[in-house]
Design a protein around this ligand. Structure first.
Ligand code: SAM
Length: 275
């Protein structure tokens, strides 16, 4: 049978992968970190027993959290990633020629260290000269920032442990202050099968903070339920009104100009969550 790993999504349901070998199993200062090699999805990063990223399907999440807001903003020069220590979002951000500086603030330096070692195709851009990496609490970094960023991406763990504050209204208000006057927030907001309340609360809090709020989805096989959501809060620019000549011809495997708009077409049970 070999060794199988299961991420339980409810008491009665989970997602399972056959593990070839375990590279790291360590309790960091913030969370349980496991780095394993799986038969089907290549190397996989787990935090507190939850799948964070895998070599095989990581491109979907990283392309979709980055390119939707970066094409929506007309000139994204300064970009901040809160969380995202595996480096995948940074890799996608650097594909945009307008970006002068990308700052990554992850609370756990061990995620960065082991991602560089075991996920080089994902973390390889963290050493780019346009990137500044800080090991710090994203909530505190946001509280100390004002009028600094064009786009802020929240690539956090689920709202447990160190990430609880990253799903609060006060955090979104801080992000609004940290953004420039036409800035854009995007946050991963979990899945609509098992965590409706995360989507509903985030959408409510973001729409009370930003004039434009939009929810979009992507298909990610190793995340609970496979259907993942992202919430955008924008001060001025609407992701649904991006002009055709704004799109860069960047190399992607999931994101396209058509997917940019199609991702906002929600299944009815999902749009009902945020009516
Ligand atoms: N894409 C994944 C998902 O949706 O499941 C998440 C990626 S994982 C790299 C998220 C990162 O958020 C972790 O490295 C974790 O250390 C970081 N994180 C959690 N709480 C944080 C906080 N308060 N400030 C900064 N980073 C935080």
């Amino acid at each position: 049978m070999g060794i199988w790993f299961t991420e339980k999504q409810t008491e009665n349901f989970g997602i399972t992968a056959k593990v070839k070998q375990t590279y790291v199993s360590e309790k960091t200062d913030f969370q349980q970190l496991d780095m394993v090699e799986t038969e089907e999805f290549g190397n996989m990063l787990l935090l507190d027993g939850m799948v964070m990223t895998t070599e095989k399907d990581e491109f979907v999440y990283h392309e979709m959290i980055a390119h939707v807001p970066l094409h929506t903003h007309p000139n994204p020069k300064d970009v901040l990633v809160v969380g995202g220590g595996d480096g995948g979002v940074i890799r996608e951000i650097l594909k945009h020629p307008e970006v002068k500086k990308a700052t990554l603030v992850d609370i756990d330096g061990k995620v960065i260290e082991y991602s560089k070692q075991y996920l080089p195709s994902i973390a390889g851009s963290l050493d780019d000269p346009r990137v500044e990496v800080k090991v710090a609490d994203g909530f505190m970094h946001i509280a100390e920032s004002e009028n600094e960023y064009d786009v802020i991406m929240v690539d956090s763990t689920e709202p447990v442990g160190p990430a609880v504050n990253l799903f609060s209204k006060g955090f979104y208000e801080g992000i609004s202050k940290a953004l420039k006057k036409d800035g854009i927030l995007v946050a991963q907001t979990d899945n609509p099968w098992f965590h409706q309340e995360i989507i509903q609360n985030a959408y409510r809090d973001v729409s009370e903070t930003f004039p434009i709020t939009r929810l979009y989805t992507a298909n990610i096989p190793t995340y609970p339920s496979g259907l993942w959501t992202f919430t955008i809060g924008s001060k001025k620019h609407d992701p649904l009104k991006v002009k055709a000549n704004r799109f860069h011809d960047i190399k992607t495997k999931y994101y396209t100009n058509e997917i940019h708009f199609a991702a906002f077409a929600l299944p009815k049970f999902v749009s009902d969550l945020v009516k």
